[in-house]
Structures are given as C-alpha cells and as structure tokens.
Design a protein. Structure first.
Ligand code: 5GP
Ligand code: ZN
Length: 119
C-alpha cells in the first residue's frame, strides 16, 4: 500500500494520529472531520495515498465506485435522515483553487439538521 510519510491522512489511516473512525476495510477508511461544518461531517478516503482527484486513473474506477456507494450507507449510520427529506452533501476539494488543504484524496460527507456552520 503506497503511503506518504509526511501525509497527515496516511498517519491517521495507520493509527499514528488518533481519529474518530467511522469505517475501515482493506482499501477504504472513514473518520470524522476535526472541524465539522455540519452536525454530521466525516470523510471517506482511499487507504492508498492518492494526492487528489486529479491523480485518478482508469484503474481506480472500482475503488472510487466502492467509495461512492459506501458513502450513503455511512451517512445513514452516522445520523443523516433518509432521502429525500434528509440526505447529505458530498464535496471533493481538488487543488489549491479547488480549496484542497490536505493532499490525500478525501470525500467529505456532510448532513444533519440545518443550519450548518458552513455550506
Ligand atoms: P480539504 O480542505 O483539504 O478538503 O479538507 C481537509 C479537512 O481535513 C478539513 O475539513 C479539516 O478540518 C480536516 N482535518 C485536517 N486535519 C485533520 C486531522 O488531524 N484530523 C481530522 N479528523 N481532520 C482533519
Ligand atoms: Zn496520504
């Protein structure tokens, strides 16, 4: 598994930095955002270090498909109400102009009763 020793999310996945874990399997990891925007706010990440969505290749389609189908299940488990009254927002910041601060591909999942702190 490719990891970057300087990457904060790789350290979280390896357990070297503590996090509130939501889910883990052999290729995906999910944990609560340390600065939540919404009552529910967690991130789903590939365990393999991929810097951003811009680095995805054709061979990553199955991985990202699994990630995107996992997200709604975790959203419900974490307290988002069901669609259509409830739901959630998915955000993938990519690159500096895309607002990305941590350069390990992560999918934000946000939901819960409004108002939210942001968004
Ligand atoms: P970005 O702006 O790159 O899309 O989002 C990075 C997110 O990672 C931010 O929402 C920030 O709150 C979160 N974050 C940064 N450092 C940590 C950390 O050490 N632990 C956790 N759980 N979240 C973090
Ligand atoms: Zn990483």
């Amino acid at each position: 598994m490719a990891t970057d020793p300087n990457c904060i999310f790789c350290k979280i996945i390896e357990g070297k930095i503590p996090s509130k874990k939501v889910y883990e399997d052999d290729e995906l990891f999910a944990f609560h955002d340390i600065a939540p925007w919404a009552p529910v706010h967690f991130m789903v990440v590939p365990k393999r270090h991929i810097a951003s969505m811009a680095q995805l290749e054709a061979g990553d389609a199955a991985l990202m498909g699994r990630l995107m189908t996992l997200a709604p299940k975790l959203a419900l488990e974490q307290g988002c109400r069901p669609y259509p009254e409830g739901g959630f927002r998915v955000v993938v910041n990519t690159g500096t102009e895309g607002g990305q601060e941590v350069h390990h591909l992560h999918v934000h999942v946000m939901g819960g009763p409004r108002p939210w702190l942001k968004g």
